[in-house]
Write a new protein. Structure first.
Length: 206
């Protein structure tokens, strides 16, 4: 189930943030441009916290509900101001230090575990960009954030690959493929996946 995969992936992300490897390099630059280890940890942690923010909002109308791939495709990857604000929020989230961040994430995960049990499967939430998504579909976008930035953090501190839940990995891969197809067209993506001799510019998703 999507919700259990999300909760399991969230716990793995918290475990990485709480690790000694992260503690030792907290103020050092990360593998992700513009982030130090602290800021990247804060950004990673926000991947599991935003569902609670959106669940606190009034339930929106159902029309124009979007998919995870449409969600990522709608984000302007070249918006420098947007990326600067994202980096600032990551730094703010980690301002209390590793221990403070981990304690906050533990509380958030406990709250989410209970809250998700109470939400119906057709629950809609308002999300970034003025869009509307079903809750479970939004959780898929959070798993993309957790897996992608969890990998960034793992590479940054040399912890080795994270053993993400199989369902989470499958959903992340499907979402990235959907996003790349929307951004670049299905034909370009099929060629990139099957004919590397004809690909000069890989069609990335995010």
């Amino acid at each position: 189930m999507i919700r259990s995969a999300f909760l399991e992936a969230s716990q793995l992300a918290i475990d990485l943030i709480a690790s000694d490897l992260v503690a030792k390099r907290w103020t050092e630059p990360s593998a992700l441009a513009g982030y130090d280890i602290a800021g990247l940890s804060g950004h990673l942690g926000r991947g599991l916290g935003t569902p609670l923010l959106y669940l606190a909002e009034p339930i929106p109308a159902e029309e124009d509900v979007i998919t995870p791939g449409q969600y990522f495709a709608s984000v302007d990857s070249d918006d420098d101001d947007l990326h600067a604000s994202i980096r600032a929020r990551g730094s703010a989230a980690s301002a209390a230090g590793q221990g403070g961040l981990v304690a906050e994430l533990d509380r958030t995960l406990d709250t989410l575990t209970t809250r998700l049990d109470d939400e119906p499967f057709d629950r809609r939430v308002p999300v970034f960009g003025g869009h509307v998504m079903y809750l479970d579909e939004y959780l898929v976008t959070r798993m993309v954030e957790l897996v992608v930035h969890g990998d960034d953090l793992a590479v940054s501190v040399g912890s080795g690959p994270i053993n993400w839940p199989g369902e989470a990995t499958d959903l992340v891969l499907a979402t990235l493929v959907e996003t790349a197809a929307i951004r670049h067209g299905s034909s370009a993506l099929i060629t990139a996946l099957s004919r590397r001799e004809r690909v000069t510019d890989w069609p990335t998703a995010i």
